[in-house]
Design a protein around this ligand. Structure first.
Ligand code: CMC
Length: 430
């Protein structure tokens, strides 16, 4: 953190003093909100690589040291000791729940997990081969049409209920989307199961026989959900905040976040990693893949490598890497793609191109291999990310609603088009 309290910018013959904001952890920020008024200048930062868009007390990342904290708690401790639903409570409310608070939260989420029958019919309107992210995005947006009676955003109780509905219903809609695509009737959420087991039951129970839940699978999925629950102002969370800043309702805002997550540079990477590993196919082809990734003409990147913030090991990837070996061992799965992944990681980590650019495996590199071992279909991988990240999205949306400094998000631009010119009639155009 910088010791400076202010910086002085020299703009022509004018000196402008800009205050420096001090976070509790991390980089200090120059507050440029008065810059344009004082100088007539805007700032330019494509991709927001050096720009803070809000103040937030939810998640902290130190990308150089490989540190990730949710509400101050290290991800390693939460991964070892907590559960996803407890983490969701923590993200939303700022503190870990007491036993009574946790029981009440658990019960409320369970009772909100049902979706309206009309929503099921809505999902049935999709083509059978629609991508489940398309179905999830559409069905989450449509929740605004089902719960408009509790959408007074100035009412804290309405806001809280919307957040809980989203955490509760996204897994139900995700499982329904999957079952629709394979032609199975949907399963209704069981109140007597924990959050992750309820989801697994809705995903996998056969219409003809009860499902025996495997605790190893439930534990692994719970851990993956914890690791994906929040990641401060990433592209999808920033999208939720940008849409939320207009006063749009939380269902619309989270649907926009789901759309942003879908891209392969963001949450879509887990699906892309598995497809890439399948294409590489054999550890003997790894060197060729690394060479292709270094060739800018190829347009190919190693999916699951690199991160805007982490210039060191992504701590989530470290946990997932360890867990991959354990889970595959416990489930007795021998996946040749794991060998390809290990060889690829090894080759990239000792390659100058990746070393110089500080490109390390990220959270998505190994998660696909575990999802595959848990029988989650590849096209559902990004949906799994969305289920977990809903906890982070609603926490950020709730925080934004009470932020006294929050304004509608409205960036400026460096205009590069034509200067003013006169309209030319169609017959006079060259
Ligand atoms: N393979 C090969 N080269 C890469 C890769 C990669 N995966 N990632 C970055 N580079 C190169 C890039 O070509 C550039 O090289 P140069 O300096 O010579 O032009 C340099 O590294 C910096 O890349 P950048 O695109 O400017 O970095 P960024 O911070 O804008 O992008 C990223 C970060 C995650 C989008 C990018 O690393 C990437 O596309 N990775 C693959 C997709 C992926 O795994 N995404 C999941 C991210 S983690 C989960 C999540 O956030 O959802």
């Amino acid at each position: 953190m910088s010791d400076l309290d202010q910086v002085t910018l020299s703009a022509g013959d004018k000196l402008v003093s800009l205050p420096v904001l001090k976070p509790t952890l991390g980089n200090s920020c120059i507050d440029i909100s008065k810059l344009t008024k004082e100088t007539g200048l805007f700032t330019y930062d494509s991709g927001f690589t050096a720009t803070a868009s809000c103040k937030s007390a939810i998640t902290y990342i130190d990308g150089d040291a490989g540190v990730l904290l949710y509400r101050g708690y290290p991800i390693e401790q939460l991964a070892r000791q907590s559960t996803f639903l407890e983490v969701a409570y923590l993200l939303m409310n700022g503190e870990l729940p007491s036993r009574g608070e946790m029981t009440a939260f658990d019960r409320e989420v369970a009772h909100q997990a049902m979706m309206h029958e009309s929503l099921r019919k809505f999902l049935n309107g999709f083509n059978y081969d629609a991508h489940p992210m398309a179905m999830l995005c559409g069905s989450v947006a449509s929740l605004s049409g089902f719960h408009h009676d509790t959408l007074d955003l100035s009412d804290p109780e309405h806001r809280r209920q919307a957040a809980i509905r989203l955490i509760a219903k996204v897994p139900t809609m995700a499982a329904a989307a999957h079952r629709y695509s394979i032609g199975w009737p949907i399963r209704y959420p069981r109140y007597n199961l924990d959050y992750v087991s309820r989801f697994l039951h809705m995903m996998f129970e056969l219409p003809s026989e009860p499902l025996e839940l495997n605790p190893i699978v439930a534990k692994a999925l719970d851990l993956l959900f914890i690791l994906h629950a929040d990641h401060e102002q990433n592209a999808s969370t920033s999208t939720v905040r940008l849409v939320g800043s207009t006063g749009a309702n939380p269902y619309a805002s989270v649907a926009a976040g789901i759309a942003a997550l879908w891209g392969p540079a963001h949450g879509g990477a887990n699906e892309a990693v598995l497809k890439m590993l399948e294409e590489i196919g054999d550890a003997r082809h790894v060197d060729a893949a690394v060479a292709k990734a270094k060739d800018k003409e190829s347009g190919f990147r190693l999916m699951g490598f690199g991160h805007r913030i982490y210039k060191n090991f992504d701590p989530r990837a470290t946990i997932i890497r360890e867990m991959t070996h354990k889970v595959l061992g416990e489930l007795g799965v021998n996946d040749p793609l794991l060998e390809v992944a290990l060889k690829l990681e090894e080759a990239a980590l000792k390659d100058d191109y990746f070393i110089q650019r500080k490109l390390y495996p990220n959270v998505d590199f190994y998660s696909g291999i575990i999802y595959k071992a848990l029988n989650i279909p590849t096209e559902m991988f990004t949906v799994m990310f969305a289920i977990a990240r809903t906890a982070g999205w609603v926490a950020h949306w709730l925080e934004q609603q009470v932020d006294p400094e929050a304004k509608i998000g409205r960036p400026r631009q460096v205009y590069t088009g034509h200067a003013k010119r006169d309209y030319v009639g169609i017959d006079s155009r060259k």
